[in-house]
Design a protein around this ligand. Structure first.
Ligand code: SF4
Length: 491
């Protein structure tokens, strides 16, 4: 099994770290009643690889037993024909992980599995439990021994201690003790559960397809997973809903919610539409591609400027740049070309090349840019160091003016709901004015999409989303929150 190098030795550069400091969180997948459950789960994870690249795993259900394979690395590296053929059974759950809590260790790779009193249980989780330190300490004081450092294990311990013999009851009563973000898929010896936290931070969708065994049900973080396996999108799992899938069909249940812990009735993550989700996914009932285009249109209304071209920072700025271009009437061009074939790490040249980390991935096209005033669109701006390098590349390629436009509001706070963000002190907009940031990145002008403009573009009210990293208003109690253990790396 191949494990990639995340150690940042002197001789390698981590491309992904150099490009963006927002990191995707995790993706989950589940399938019930299909003869090729492992292979379809593999494909479902493959489609959701953007949500986590550190580890992945699949657990299948065969004759009331769980068969497991997981490892560090990408889906295509961890799984092959041989190990997939050993994952027999007509039900499966899978996971791709980026470690927002807990280190990148094989012990933290998911799905997590355990043998409880009433049989085997496997769990895959997207999100972050805010009150995890409180629950973990209480469980440890009562004798629980944790195998890893991730928050998901807490659910298994709570379920193990629950007196009910019924899985649905044990899961429900355990989940009701968690505060924060969770989209879970759970598999026992005879059913799959899919659940979303009461505010619905992370997406989770239900689909169906017909197989030789009859109707198969599928669950995924994003609908793009259904497209790859030919499944039909049915609906979202509702915030606070637990869906049980078994040989009796579908059964749905609502959790009991302690509203005093929450300042909103729902809080799906608006950043899924800004950056995280694939543009071809339908998330929270809306097309991500359409949302991003509308962010660009609104940005053009709010901060238009005289220019010759609109160019995106690929790939995350493309849809917003298209929207900006169409609204403003300024032509869209690819002034920056992205090299899609760069691996995660590569050998550093013996002689240092200025801004090498950005140049290896993004190249400015002089034939498009020379003598032109350009508007460059990115989805977000975190530390400003990458934007600074890109603007320098554009000017070196002959752009006479570079106007930076950001298709989201200034990011002023970290996320505690399952997205790996730098500490507040490293978020440039938390301590510098827009004019100071403009000077730091070397742009001729800089504007962000306003918070009001973002919700206007979505045609939704702010109280129907989480936008805490932009507004500083966190929709849950933050008691017990744990900061990420991993050291942030800036290239
Ligand atoms: S804080 Fe930001 S990234 Fe985190 S859930 Fe809220 S909107 Fe999403």
């Amino acid at each position: 099994m191949k494990a990639y190098d995340v150690s940042q030795s002197e001789k390698t550069w981590d491309v992904s770290q150099s490009e963006k400091t927002w990191k995707d969180e995790c993706g989950v997948f589940a399938i019930w009643n299909h003869p090729d459950s492992a292979k379809l789960t593999y494909l479902g994870l493959y489609a959701q690889q953007h949500r986590g690249q550190e580890s992945c795993g699949i657990v299948t259900l065969h004759q009331k037993q769980h068969i497991i394979h997981k490892g560090l690395g990408l889906v295509g590296d961890v799984f092959n024909d041989k190990n997939l053929s050993l994952l027999t059974g007509s039900a499966a759950i899978g996971h791709v992980r980026y470690s927002t809590t807990g280190q990148n260790l094989i012990g933290n790779a998911q799905p997590l599995t355990s043998n409880l009193l009433n049989g085997p249980v496997a769990v895959a989780h997207n999100g972050n439990i805010v009150n995890q330190s409180i629950l973990r300490e209480a469980l440890q004081r009562e004798g629980s021994i944790f195998q890893g450092t991730n928050d998901t294990e807490i659910l298994l311990h709570l379920m193990a201690r629950n007196p009910s013999n019924d899985l649905l009851t044990a899961f429900t009563e355990s989940a009701e003790q968690l505060v924060g973000a969770y989209s879970f898929v759970v598999m026992s010896e005879d059913r799959i559960l899919a659940a979303r936290d009461p505010l619905g931070f992370r997406p989770l969708v239900l689909g169906q397809l017909v197989s030789d065994l009859g109707m198969s049900y599928v669950i995924a973080s994003e609908s793009c997973a259904f497209d790859l396996i030919g499944a039909e999108y049915v609906r979202e799992i509702e915030p606070g809903e637990i869906l049980e899938i078994s040989k009796s069909g579908l059964k749905t249940k609502k959790m009991n919610i302690d509203q005093s812990l929450y300042s909103q009735k729902q809080a799906p993550c608006v950043f899924e539409h800004v950056y995280f989700s694939r543009p071809d996914s339908n998330v929270f009932g809306m097309s991500v591609y359409e949302s991003r285009k509308k962010f660009g249109e609104q940005l053009a209304i709010e901060s238009g400027v005289d220019a010759d071209l609109v160019i995106p920072i690929p790939d995350s700025g493309i849809a917003a740049a298209l929207g900006f271009s169409q609204k403003s009437g300024i032509p869209f061009e690819f002034g920056i070309i992205r090299n899609h074939y760069v691996g995660r790490t590569f050998i550093q040249p013996a002689q240092a090349i200025r801004d090498f980390g950005v140049r290896v991935k993004l190249n400015a096209q002089a034939n498009v840019l020379k003598g032109k005033k350009v508007i460059v669109i990115d989805d977000s701006l975190v530390r400003g160091t990458t934007s600074q390098k890109i603007i320098l590349l554009l000017k070196q390629a002959g752009a006479t003016e570079v106007h930076m436009r950001i298709a989201s509001p200034p990011t002023i706070g970290p996320c505690y709901y399952g997205v790996d963000t730098p500490e507040k002190s490293q978020l440039i907009a938390s301590h510098q004015s827009i004019d100071e940031i403009k000077n730091f990145i070397g742009a001729d002008s800089l504007s962000y999409l306003s918070l009001e403009g973002m919700f206007k573009a979505l045609s939704r009210s702010p109280k129907t989303f989480c936008s805490a990293c932009f507004s500083g208003e966190y929709p849950t109690s933050l008691k017990g929150v744990v900061k990420k253990e991993k050291t942030e790396i800036t290239v």
